[in-house]
Design a protein around this ligand. Structure first.
Ligand code: HEM
Length: 308
């Protein structure tokens, strides 16, 4: 450096070098200081950042939950409408009836093409007849059991009393007809069973007496002939055959509409299996019974819109 000074251009070169060295030193120091400060800052801020992130996350989850709850339907409340005994009888009844109809109709229309195809698949007329008799035994068992149920059990007696037709049912029918043609703003307010359900029950009652009575005569003609003239058996044959058609049509048109095809329960009203009815539906279809169990209905009665 001394030599540079003596040479004359030394001062500016020296200054340049010193400035260069200082710049480098500053940069070095600056970069060191920055990293340290940054690392320290990070260390200080990190827990706060994490806490803040957790707080925001919790807030967002709570918000989403709130939104989901607002959108999700309120859980439906149910009332146990039918006991297990009630449902078991109904299931045995409809299984028996379906087999009786499916095996009985081909026997009635034995000369038809479709009946022949049916027999061919089932293993012939004897198998079909045997199945018909097995299902008939099930139906008789249900009938006998039901008699015991409505005579011996308090529950059965209660249900039977609720199913007895009364003056109100005729009034309700008339009221409903007026409602259907727009002359009454609201439909009638039903109790545990409407006149429609009572009709269903008594149609089966009546149908079973006819079908079992005539069926037994067809099943055991020799015994029947001991007590009745031949024409009684002929009548039994006609009655059994025609009532079968009536019963099958009534079930498919009337009963299936009420419990399957009616838009309010389509595709099926599961009460036959669970025994439950939603309180909303109960309030609409059985408001008098609803009020007995749960107090005055806040809204509704027949005519209120219901979707479950
Ligand atoms: C929902 C109930 C029932 C239906 C829909 C039904 C239907 C029928 C039909 C359509 C026939 C053919 C009649 C004909 O040849 O014209 C038949 C025959 C017969 N049914 Fe029934 N039935 C029912 C219940 C019963 C019961 C409860 C019994 C017995 C107690 C019974 C015993 C018989 C017998 C023995 C025959 C004659 C079968 C044969 O020819 O092999 N049925 N049934």
């Amino acid at each position: 450096m001394k030599e540079d000074m003596h040479e004359g251009h030394g001062w500016s070169a020296l200054l340049k070098t010193v400035a260069e060295e200082l710049r480098e030193e500053r940069e070095r120091l600056e970069s060191q200081v920055n990293w340290r400060v940054l690392a320290e800052a990070e260390r200080e801020i990190a827990p706060e950042l994490a806490t803040e992130a957790r707080r925001r996350l919790r807030e967002r989850v709570a918000q989403r939950k709130k939104e989901a709850e607002a959108v999700a339907p309120v859980e439906e409340e149910y009332h146990q409408r039918f006991s297990l005994l009630f449902r078991v009888q109904h299931i045995a009844l409809f299984v028996g009836c379906i087999v009786l109809i499916v095996t009985g109709l081909p026997l009635r229309y034995a000369e038809m093409h479709w009946a022949e195809a049916f027999f061919a698949r089932m293993g012939g007329v004897p198998v079909t007849s045997a199945l018909h008799r097995v299902a008939a035994a099930v139906l008789i068992a249900v009938g006998v059991f039901h008699m015991g149920y409505i005579i011996l059990l308090a529950e059965g007696r209660r249900e039977f009393r609720a199913l007895l037709p009364g003056k109100k049912d005729f009034g309700d029918l008339f009221h409903n007809l007026l409602h259907f043609v727009g002359l009454m703003p609201r439909g009638p307010r039903f109790d545990r069973f409407s006149y429609v359900e009572k009709f269903d029950y008594w149609a089966v009652y009546w149908g079973m007496v006819i079908m079992i009575g005539s069926g037994i005569l067809l099943w055991f003609p020799e015994i029947g002939m001991r007590y009745f003239p031949k024409y009684a058996l002929d009548i039994a044959q006609v009655v059994h055959s025609d009532e079968a058609l009536l019963a099958a049509t009534a079930i498919v048109v009337w009963h299936f509409y009420n419990v399957h095809f009616n838009p309010e329960c389509f595709p099926i009203d599961w009460a036959w299996l669970t025994g439950r009815i939603s309180k909303k539906r109960m309030r609409k279809h059985h408001p008098l019974e609803y009020e007995r169990h749960f107090g005055p209905a806040a809204e509704g009665g027949a005519g209120e819109e219901v979707s479950s």
